[in-house]
Design a protein around this ligand. Structure first.
Ligand SMILES: CNc1ncnc2c1ncn2[C@@H]1O[C@H](/C=C/CNC(=O)c2cc(-c3ccc(F)cc3)cc(O)c2O)[C@H](F)[C@H]1O
Ligand SMILES: [Mg+2]
Length: 214
């Protein structure tokens, strides 16, 4: 049977990126997705905004919802301080398998813990099963209609603390209207929009950064 797009992306990474070199994995994926096959990675333009926010927050504990092929896991993990860790959640087994290999190829397996399962099931387990007290940084990039319910779940599980930063991809395209309305109108968040473009295209998209005020 024909290979899948993520499988072809992983093959390309193994053929073209230097093992242990996270930047070469990032560049290889971006070049492939721009030139050969589009894929829903956060990409280079929005990725550099993600980089800026991660550097600014310098999280000890980061959570990513929606690993897909691991592109943003690599972007985030390469910037983490020693001893810090990224937990990334993915419920599609085939994507999780590809992502583990991409993360390993980038040499970041010691900083990234890929949790295979649904965010709605895993978020309530973070404290007692994964020893998480509170989260410093969350990157939302999974199904767009799940950003709001999962944010509410993170609140209800007391996983947010004053200053926790949530960064949401695709708030314009495909769009996350209910989430945007919530974080922009709630007194418990201070939100800021970063205008950019949909990965590898000229279409408008952007990231919403929301700081939990406690
Ligand atoms: C619901 N709970 C989940 N738990 C664990 N893993 C999950 C969960 N939900 C999804 N996943 C996992 O997270 C990923 C889902 C990513 C979804 N992303 C997008 O749809 C998305 C779409 C576009 C896009 C824009 C324009 C256009 F013309 C076509 C596409 C651009 C983007 O940057 C995106 O991120 C993965 F696939 C799924 O298994
Ligand atoms: Mg996205």
């Amino acid at each position: 049977t024909r290979s899948t797009r993520p499988q072809r992306l992983l093959t390309h990474v193994k053929q073209r990126a230097r093992r242990g070199d996270a930047q070469s994995v990032i560049t290889t994926i971006d070049d492939y997705c721009r030139a050969r096959e589009w894929a829903m990675n956060v990409g280079d333009e929005k990725g550099s905004i993600l980089d800026q926010v991660v550097c600014e927050v310098s999280p000890d504990v980061a959570l990513e919802l929606g690993t897909y092929c691991g592109y943003s896991s690599v972007r985030i993990a390469r910037l983490l301080p020693p001893g810090a860790r990224l937990l990334t959640v993915e419920f599609n087994h085939d994507y999780a398998t590809i992502a583990r290999e991409v993360i390993d190829w980038a040499g970041l397996q010691d900083r990234v813990q890929l949790l295979e399962g649904a965010s709605g099931d895993l978020i309530p387990q973070l404290r007692q099963k994964h020893g998480i007290e509170t989260l410093d940084f969350i990157f939302l990039d999974h199904w767009k209609d799940r950003y709001l319910p999962d944010t509410r779940l993170l609140e209800d599980c007391s996983l947010l603390r004053r200053g926790t930063v949530l960064l949401a991809d695709n708030v314009i395209c495909p769009g996350t209207p209910d989430y945007l309305e919530y974080v922009r109108s709630s007194p418990r968040y201070q939100s800021q929009y970063f205008s950019s473009h949909l990965e590898y295209t000229r279409a408008e998209d952007g990231l919403e950064k929301s700081v939990f005020l406690g």
